[in-house]
Design a protein around this ligand. Structure first.
Ligand SMILES: Cc1cc2nc3c(=O)[nH]c(=O)nc-3n(C[C@H](O)[C@H](O)[C@H](O)COP(=O)(O)OP(=O)(O)OC[C@H]3O[C@@H](n4cnc5c(N)ncnc54)[C@H](O)[C@@H]3O)c2cc1C
Ligand code: SF4
Length: 326
């Protein structure tokens, strides 16, 4: 472990000021990802600004939205009555991730900003453009079974591992952030995480020193017809091979609204917009779901070892939609 300075932030603005004033400083929330990365010598901040004392833990209803604090624990978010009632999809997604112990520590802001689980990213002996820009991509020529089938570039084929973010993409959430001058802005979840392009070292569109303060989710009519399906190598404590968050608004037996997001397939939660559109105005049926899923997955560009994800993704969309209806 390299030496680093540790300090506690007194307010969101103080936290943002401290981090933005030092390129090598980082916010410390639950530490369940950052501290592991420091131990593995992947991240080496020289200053940690502990934000755990900030009052950003509230989960509350604000008009047509529900706001969840950046520092609310994943466990408290998943189990909150407002979330269980309005967004069971989010509860399912959070509870599908990590372990009970980790969810007790992990925060919502940290979950959005967790880093990829690509094994080459963690292995200092291997090239990795995300860890060390310009060094190459170990996964491109190596084992890429867990990697992307959508939106990858020749610089990086990693996937983003957060289950919670997939549900937030399906629910159309906004992420609220604050900078050192106290300026606030909102970033829609679809624009929050990035595709790798030529700069895979950047996972998201947050500027250095900007602090996530809350996430707002618009109330919707999906609650009775939503589902989060996570397919993984073992039943718990594993990251998704493919996951699907699906929400349907069904009225008079007809699908009036649909949102589908996928995890484990791209560098960000992947909106299955082709499938979403295909469902609108039609009666739910397995044949419809298979057609929509097939149209979506036709765009996939698998790598050498993950061709199975194309059929798996198709089946996962069909299963998630069927469960959402059922
Ligand atoms: C063994 C294991 C299994 C796991 N399995 C899963 C899984 O199946 N699915 C899943 O989704 N996740 C999984 N996780 C990841 C876990 O959900 C994350 O580690 C956790 O959500 C990160 O939250 P944290 O508060 O601990 O963040 P930290 O580790 O404290 O921070 C992570 C990053 O976010 C930044 N950050 C934190 N808060 C803010 C903020 N408010 N504003 C701006 N930046 C911020 C930090 O600077 C850091 O860069 C697993 C983790 C472990 C260790
Ligand atoms: S896929 Fe991305 S994270 Fe993995 S080795 Fe390549 S550049 Fe690094």
């Amino acid at each position: 472990m390299r030496p680093f300075k540790y300090e506690k932030a007194s307010s969101p603005q103080d936290a943002a000021k401290r981090v933005s004033g030092n390129k090598a400083a980082k916010f410390l929330a639950g530490g369940t990802n950052l501290v592991d990365l420091m131990k593995d010598n992947v991240e080496h901040p020289n200053e940690l600004v502990d934000i755990n004392g900030l009052k950003l833990t509230q989960i509350k209803s604000i008009g047509k939205k529900i706001s969840i604090g950046a520092l609310a624990k994943n466990k408290d978010t998943a189990n909150h009555p407002l979330i269980r009632k309005n967004f069971p999809l989010l509860t399912q997604a959070i509870l599908a991730g990590a372990s009970a112990q980790i969810r007790n520590m992990a925060t919502n802001g940290g979950n959005l900003n967790q880093r990829t689980r690509c094994v080459y990213f963690y292995d200092e002996a291997m090239p990795c453009n995300k860890r060390e820009p310009g060094s190459g991509c170990g996964a491109m020529e190596g084992l890429n079974r867990m990697h992307a089938i959508f939106g990858w570039s020749d610089k990086c084929v990693a996937v983003f591992p957060s289950d919670m973010s997939v549900a937030l993409a399906a629910l159309g959430a906004d992420v609220f952030v604050q900078d050192a001058s106290g300026n606030k802005r909102k970033i829609h979840i679809d624009r929050y995480h990035r595709l790798p392009g030529d700069t895979p070292e950047k996972d998201n569109n947050l500027k250095h020193g900007e602090l996530i303060t809350s996430i707002e989710i618009p109330k919707n009519k999906f609650a009775n017809h939503s589902y989060y399906l996570k397919v993984r190598d073992r039943a718990s404590y594993a990251f998704a091979l493919v996951s699907v968050g699906a929400g349907l608004e069904i009225d008079g037996g007809v699908i009036r609204g649909s949102r589908i997001a996928m995890g484990g397939v791209a560098h960000k939660p992947w909106r299955a917009m082709i499938a979403e559109k295909e469902l609108i105005g039609k009666r739910p049926s397995k044949a419809l779901f298979e057609r929509a899923a097939g149209m979506e997955m036709e765009r996939a560009k698998p790598l050498e070892h993950n061709k199975f994800k194309v059929e798996l993704g198709k089946r996962a969309i069909v299963r998630a939609l069927s469960n959402a209806v059922g």
